[in-house]
Design a binder for this molecule. Structure first.
Ligand SMILES: Nc1ncnc2c1ncn2[C@@H]1O[C@H](COP(=O)(O)OP(=O)(O)OP(=O)(O)O)[C@@H](O)[C@H]1O
Length: 383
């Protein structure tokens, strides 16, 4: 299902913002804004006082684990649900009560919602038919859109949509969404049912299409990895709250807390405690306390998570110094192509993940193997 709009529903466009700045856009730059938006179902709060702005022409992604409120938020942005509190603004105008079919937006669902009895061409033309466009003009536009999405119109225009592959259907759904000529296209996990290899190709294609069309894309996914590949900015949700908003680089370099860091994938998060207000700390391995040097001072008994990325850990040569060094034993190794991932044991039952280039392979039989990292490669995070 897609929500059509009519040209008269569009609000006067503002000046196009500069594309380069990261961070929160100003109200003037924002095409869509959520201001203190809350959604309650009975006594349950699914979205809790959430605020963010989406800049015109950006690829903005809402990401979070199952039940974090992504779909509820998306449904409010599209107009399928009304906020219990707070405002949604389109170019500065409150649109809380504007129904989906009067918003300059459309949605690509996970199911894609294509018409199974229609050809690819007629699926793409559907919004144009509804808008009363003449048949020749419709066909020309559908051909343009199919070509733009790398579906050769000579082959695909008359093909039944049910005879297309998952990836092709995805592109047909996107071509149909673009035929509405919406200002913002919303995507609700459109790639989740597609196999991993094709998903990676389509992620790059989507980003490429977004760049070429200059449309504002607002995407929902539970995969931070997917979000990081495609998005200009990402908002990370947990239990109805936004934990962090930023560019993929900002989030990667400085996750705000252990939840965000953990959500990024394979990272090492060590529970550490301060000893005496200096950088001296202890790591509670679960089987004992290991002394460590922390990247910044912690008060005595103050607890944090120490983030160390797998690629920041290295096997030390005999006599080699580093900010921290611990004895480890290699439990397992996995080939990642040019790199190898190691699972190493620092204490019984306490493993760390290490990723090194193939040429850095240590002597894994060495019982005196030492693992090290520099202080500036670790970060203290709130839990
Ligand atoms: N109509 C509803 N009535 C009651 N509770 C609801 C309703 N819709 C959503 N919820 C609840 O709100 C919370 C957020 O749901 P939502 O579908 O937005 O999460 P999500 O992040 O999109 O999850 P998923 O990735 O599993 O789709 C969930 O606990 C869900 O059970």
């Amino acid at each position: 299902m897609v929500a059509p709009f009519t040209a008269s529903d569009t609000v006067a466009p503002s000046a196009r913002p500069s594309a380069s700045a990261s961070g929160q856009p100003s109200p003037r730059e924002a095409i869509l804004e959520a201001a203190g938006v809350t959604k309650r179902f009975g006594s349950f709060t699914a979205v809790n006082d959430v605020s963010f702005r989406i800049r015109e022409g950006e690829f903005f992604t809402l990401v979070g684990p199952s039940g974090s409120g992504k779909t509820t938020l998306l449904r409010m942005l599209v107009g399928m649900e009304k906020p219990t509190a707070g405002d949604l603004l389109l170019r500065g105008k409150v649109i809380n009560d504007l129904p989906p079919n009067r918003r300059p937006t459309c949605m690509v669902f996970q199911s894609l919602a294509l018409f199974p009895h229609m050809s690819v061409g007629h699926n793409v033309e559907f919004p144009l038919t509804i808008a009363g466009m003449a048949s020749d003009e419709r066909r020309t536009r559908a051909w343009e859109l199919l070509a733009q999405l790398h579906l050769d119109p000579n082959r695909y225009y008359d093909k039944n949509v049910m005879q297309c592959s998952g990836g092709e259907r995805q592109r047909v759904a996107l071509a149909r969404a673009l035929a509405y000529d919406p200002e913002i296209i919303f995507f609700d996990e459109p790639l989740s049912a597609i196999d991993a290899r094709l998903r990676k190709v389509l992620q790059k294609e989507l980003k490429d299409i977004q760049r070429r069309t200059g449309k504002t894309f607002c995407y929902v996914t539970h995969s931070l990895e997917e979000a990081m590949v495609m998005s200009d900015r990402v908002a990370i949700l947990r239990a109805g709250l936004i934990e962090q908003i930023g560019t993929p680089d900002e989030i990667y370099a400085a996750p705000r807390n252990a939840f965000v860091a953990e959500f990024m994938g394979e990272v090492n998060l060590l529970p550490v405690t301060g000893r005496d207000g200096t950088a001296a700390g202890t790591w509670d391995t679960g089987r004992g306390l290991l002394p460590l040097t922390l990247p910044s001072p912690l008060a005595a008994a103050q607890s944090r998570k120490l983030l160390i990325r797998p690629e920041s850990l290295r096997f030390l040569k005999p006599g080699e110094e580093s900010g921290n060094a611990i004895r480890v034993r290699v439990l397992n190794e996995f080939s990642l192509g040019s790199r190898i991932q190691y699972h190493v044991e620092a204490a019984p039952g306490c493993t760390l993940t290490v990723e090194r280039l193939r040429e850095d392979r240590p002597d894994t039989g060495d019982s005196g193997l030492r693992l090290g990292w520099e202080l500036h490669d670790s970060q203290l995070l709130e839990t």
